[in-house]
Design a protein around this ligand. Structure first.
Ligand code: F6R
Length: 616
């Protein structure tokens, strides 16, 4: 989704902003732009396409000015054109604005402004907002000179419906930026003699690790020397400066070809970080610091309700399986986007969990607010520290896997699987799970990083397999029980980065429709672990083979398949049920990654996708 960066300091703003825009590329975007303020006017460069295109075509880094704003746009209102790209400048050249989010009442505002003589060159809601700020700026009494610009923005935002993260410059105010947020993330970076704004820490991490996470309804007024935070109602806010726990190295490729590859290979360390310090001293259960709910209250919960989107939703389906299996407590899993409008009847003794890597996904955030509005406690599983969901939740658990930059979730997903498994243990041990079963479970979880390493060692073999399958146009991913969500995840990974059509199904469900797709042209990947379902999955494989479908089997070491049944086999170590989904995920990640590399597609920045989806 759209990205924001702003800079005030002693350096030329444009190079800082362009570097920030490069670091925001992973969020997904289709055009980019920058404006700097110099000698009472704006120098602006905007371009549809990649940031590199902006740099090349406009020599943007040569812009003078030590105050500036930059933006990566993910189109909502109006096509992908240079004109629709941000920043937008008001008719009289006084106001420059970048904006994330959607101004829902922009049609009415546009009509009002047109009546006042304003004209518009773009199709965007942002240009309307920009001119409304200008309108209020012109009307604001000149006597309040110091704050005239700030007050004009404040007044404007009171008339606006929708969501926004904005950064605004005024040509009359050298070295000033006003920014505000409602529903779109915004961070203030406090550097050494300089201040920055960003929608995402990644944009400014090369310059500072000290940040203020702005809250909805807050505005920041930055000058070259200081900053103040106020609410839309003009109340003062005391800023809390947090230190980001990761640094620039974590956001670099460090020798890998793509962030997705790097993040797949980081998974053993990521899993270690997720579980560090989270097992009881006696080694029989999990413990979590930030749940903000006592063990006694937790024991009273009769039902868990998980809300998430995309890969995180798949992780919730695995959590459902493990919690019901090991803790014997019913679990409901909802797409956050559906839950918020479904008005589902809820049991009073329900505890909600939201799961979101970014902690900014708008549907998950809105679903959480809906559950809270109805009086339910909501705990959050998030990776990004200080994210909106993390801050608004009643408590929660951080994933601690560092920045995930590849658009396709990998290490965040397996870390969510791990936390789901740990929750199942935590809840199970409060109820019927025995001490010795708890100890076995903990030991199994502790072995997960090493087991993942074993699967990663097969990367060269999986790469060879990928070469043989890259030319297909359709794929099925099939698994049962806790591996059905892994099949869904495998299909999602493949389609989102390679653009090959893929579907995930419970293996036995395949004969109720999807089997019609099977031919020599549609291969299937089967997840075939050792255990009670082994023979049943093998029967499903036979049904595919009988129809000439090619088969890749992800098979537990030690299991044997009938000769000739699988065309290709990737082995995974035999393991405890609680870690099986994690271990089985790694081959499907690698296969999707290598197929995409083989096809020469843009792994880290797949078309149309955004890393965190901050519009509905
Ligand atoms: C797929 C993927 C998405 C996200 C989804 C939710 O690889 O990354 O499906 O899982 O957009 O994002 P978060 O977890 O940030 O809420």
């Amino acid at each position: 989704m759209c990205g924001i960066i702003g800079y005030i300091g002693k350096q030329k703003a444009a190079p800082v902003i362009l570097e920030g825009l490069k670091r925001l590329e992973y969020r997904g975007y289709d055009s980019a732009g920058v404006a700097t303020l110099y000698d009472g006017h704006f120098d602006t460069a905007k371009k549809a396409g990649r940031v590199d295109g902006l740099i090349k075509a406009t020599k943007a880094q040569k812009l003078p000015g030590t105050t500036g704003i930059g933006h990566t746009r993910w189109a909502t209102h109006g096509g992908v054109t240079d004109t629709n790209a941000h920043p937008h400048i008001s008719n009289d050249g006084k106001i420059a604005l970048i904006h994330n989010g959607v101004i829902e009442n922009y049609v009415g505002i546009k009509k009002f402004l047109t009546g006042k003589g304003y004209t518009f060159t773009s199709e965007t809601d942002t240009e309307v907002l920009c001119n409304l700020i200008d309108y209020h700026y012109q009307k604001e009494p000149v006597t309040k000179e110091g704050s005239r610009f700030l007050e004009a923005v404040r007044k404007t935002l009171r008339h606006v419906e929708g969501t926004y993260g904005i950064a605004v410059m005024c040509a009359d105010c050298p070295a000033e930026i006003v920014a505000a947020r409602k529903g779109s993330p915004l961070i203030l970076g406090v550097g050494d003699g300089e201040y920055m704004l960003a929608s995402d820490v990644a944009a400014i991490i090369s310059r500072t690790q000290n940040v203020v996470y702005l809250k909805d309804g807050e505005m920041v007024h930055m000058t070259a020397k200081n900053f103040t935070i106020t609410t839309l109602e003009a109340e003062d806010v005391s800023p809390v400066i947090d230190t980001v726990s990761w640094n620039i190295e974590d956001a670099e490729l460090n020798g890998y070809a793509h962030f997705m590859e790097k993040e797949i290979f980081e998974q053993p360390a990521a899993l270690e970080n997720t579980m560090r310090g989270r097992f009881s001293e006696d080694g029989s259960t999990a413990q979590f610091g930030g749940l903000n709910i006592s063990a006694a209250d937790f024991r009273q919960i009769d039902r868990f309700h998980f809300l998430a989107c995309g890969s995180a939703w798949h992780a919730c389906l695995v959590a459902e399986h493990l919690i019901e299996r090991f803790a014997r407590v019913p679990v409901e899993v909802d797409y956050a986007s559906e839950f918020r409008y479904r008005n589902t009847p809820l049991d009073r003794s329900t505890l909600f969990f939201t799961v979101s890597q970014s902690g900014e996904t708008i549907d998950t955030l809105a679903a959480m607010r809906e559950a809270k509005r109805k009086g339910y406690k909501v705990l959050a599983i998030n990776n990004v520290v200080g994210s909106t969901i993390a801050r608004e939740a009643d408590g929660g658990v951080y994933q601690h896997v560092g920045p995930e930059i590849g658009v396709a979730s990998t290490k965040a997903f397996t870390s969510q699987l791990l936390l789901g498994a740990m929750l199942a243990l935590y809840i199970g041990r409060m109820r019927d799970m025995s001490f010795s079963d708890g100890v076995d479970y903990v030991n199994a979880l502790k072995s997960a990083p090493q087991l993942v390493r074993q699967v990663l060692e097969q990367a060269p073999k999986i790469r060879e397999i990928a070469k043989r399958y890259a030319h297909y146009h359709d794929f099925l991913f099939l698994g049962r029980l806790s591996l059905f969500p892994v099949a869904l995840e495998g299909a999602l990974k493949l389609k989102e980065i390679s653009y090959i059509h893929a579907e995930g199904y419970p293996a036995a469900e395949m004969k109720h429709g999807p089997i019609a797709l099977i031919s020599e042209q549609c291969p299937s990947l089967f997840l075939v672990p050792a255990g009670e379902m082994f023979n049943k999955v093998v029967s499903s494989m036979q049904e595919i083979k009988a129809r000439k479908g090619k088969i890749i089997a992800v098979l537990s070491t030690g299991c044997e398949l009938p000769a000739g049944l699988a065309d290709d086999v990737i082995h995974i170590p035999e393991c405890h049920e609680a870690v099986l989904p994690i271990i089985a995920t790694v081959p499907v990640q690698l296969l999707s990654y290598y197929i995409t590399v083989e096809l020469g597609r843009d792994v880290d920045k797949p078309r149309n996708l955004a890393k965190s989806v901050t519009v509905e």
